[in-house]
Design a binder for this molecule. Sequence first.
Ligand code: ADP
Length: 230
Amino acid sequence: YDESHDALSDVNMVIEAGEVVGFIGPSGSGKSTLVEMLLGLRFPTAGTISVNGIDIREVLPSDLHRLTGLVSQEPQLIEGDLTENIRFFRGSITDDDIAMAVEASGLGRDLSSLPEGLHTMIGPRSSGLSGGQRQRLAIARVLAGRPEFLVLDEPTSSLDVHSEEVITETLERLKGSVTIVVVAHRLSTLRVCDKVLVLRNGTAEAFASRADLERDNDYYNSAIQLAALS
Ligand code: ADP
């Protein structure tokens, strides 16, 4: 970001298709910066990021956009019903895509408690949805685009008692079919990860399986202890 120091350096990793990879590290360690680069929203000043062997700079932004999805911590709701909030201005999203996304996100279970199901109106300041429902809606919105690479930015604090399960259930359901990076804060989320990247001060301290990290990474072990208590 500025010339005096690099936000990231010495980060070498290969994410295999279908893997679930967790990113952990203290605040400011570079997790968001790396996520933005994996999504092609920001480019490294040195080094390369490649997708199936192709430099990410050579991939058309429209293709990257179509193939990737980001579930952010706080979804932007729009004035409209749930289907419009899932479609989110993308004319290419079909009713079938929406039906699939509603199921895969777990939002389907909420519909019976909403006055008009998928046609319930919500808005930017909507108080009609619980924290967990908002999170499921955010996931449904992204899944409707049928991404092949998905990034989930897990909330640091629980919005309601159900939100913990939302991420875990989604990860378990998608595991193997979608490649996923999750900025993980909870033990239950880390448990679904095939591999975990430990970022410290912009450097990859470790990128390994949970079993390997449990054996020899102090930061990972303190993080899982803290997560277990919260
Ligand atoms: P994390 O997501 O792990 O909290 P970030 O990727 O947000 O870490 O930040 C990594 C480093 O880059 C930090 O030193 C942060 O201050 C710096 N940084 C992040 N975003 C910006 C920005 N937009 N402009 C300048 N520096 C930034």
